[in-house]
Ligand binder design. Structure first.
Ligand code: CP
Ligand code: NVA
Length: 303
């Protein structure tokens, strides 16, 4: 039994195998229509979601499984039942539990208390399922990931952390540019530096957005205020204004750069509308690939 709480839960080889599987699922979906027949999958959302919720529900159903979608406040969790007791009970009914929550420690507690595999559908710390789709999308445009330069600009958040892990595992040159004080967590930087020693990947954390973007093969951004940080949004709007993914960065990057965003996007804040909707953008393929990579992940965990 395996959990998928972070990209660091899989080896480099397993990660590439998952991406290969996702490409196969994407090209031959009919061959997977019974891949998890009869499996029950609980999908618990303690935060809002469009892509993750719908793509997981569709992924389970289209492989013959049964998705059970629940909001956190519909469960007794919302009335104080512990995450551990919830995990113990759900494991008696379902074959896997997919959870979007706040603290990463809630996922760990759930995984440790029950017997069903647990999948992180976003926490404050990381968003590994997003990263799978991101890597599939980059590979489709650029081929082998090794040595590709990915510049992430904006908040050193959950999405940044997962890209750092994913880039390190696949030997990429990852550059993270954030305003001072919004850098990714030191423990993630340390762990990625450790992984990079083995894989030959590279990680740069900087406050200089142009340094990060120069010659990049991929430009990536995410919202400036994540779910749960709505109160900080006005302050962040000012502090982050020089970190917009705009035409200036596209011009500094490689001429064939692809522009990515995990979505939802705020045009005119973290990304300029002309860039989001411009010729370099691959955001809709990126969103589609959530479906294929999650099918590959569920097939791996459940069959
Ligand atoms: N990218 C992503 O996870 O989107 P949702 O919040 O809509 O699921
Ligand atoms: N960093 C964002 C990602 C949304 C998919 C958030 O956590 O709200």
């Amino acid at each position: 039994m395996r959990d998928f709480l972070s990209i660091d839960d899989v080896s480099s080889e397993e990660l590439v195998a998952l991406l290969d599987k996702a490409d196969e699922v994407k090209s031959k979906p009919d061959q997977y229509s019974q891949q998890i027949a009869g499996k029950q999958v609980a999908l618990i959302f303690e935060k809002p979601s469009t892509r993750t919720r719908v793509s997981f529900e569709a992924a389970v159903a289209s492989m013959g499984g049964h998705p059970i979608v629940l909001r956190g406040d519909e469960l007794q969790l919302g009335r104080g039942e512990t995450i551990e007791d919830t995990g113990r009970v759900l494991s008696r009914y379902v074959d896997a539990i997919v959870v979007r929550t706040f603290g990463q420690e809630r996922l760990t507690a759930l995984a440790e208390s029950g017997s069903a595999p647990v999948v992180n559908a976003l926490s404050d710390y990381s968003h590994p399922c997003q990263c799978l789709a991101d890597l599939q999308t980059i590979r489709a445009s650029k081929g082998d990931l090794g040595g590709l330069a990915l510049a992430y600009v904006g908040d050193g958040n959950n999405v940044a952390h997962s890209l750092m892990f994913g880039g390190a595992k696949t030997s990429m040159d990852v550059r993270i540019a954030t305003p001072p004080g919004y850098e990714p967590l030191g423990e993630v930087v340390e762990r990625c530096n450790e992984i990079n020693l083995e894989t030959g990947g590279k990680l740069t954390v900087t406050n200089d957005v142009l340094e990060a973007a120069r010659g990049a093969d991929v430009l990536y951004t995410d919202v400036w205020a994540s779910m749960g940080q709505e109160g900080e949004a006005p302050e962040r709007l000012e502090l982050f204004s020089d970190y917009q993914l705009d035409q200036r960065l596209v011009e500094a990057a490689d001429e064939d750069v692809i522009v990515m965003h995990c979505l939802p996007a705020h045009r005119g804040e973290e990304i300029a509308a002309e860039v989001m909707d411009g010729p370099h953008s691959v955001v809709w393929d990126q969103a589609e690939n959530r479906l294929h990579t999650q099918k590959a992940l569920l097939a791996w965990l459940l069959s």
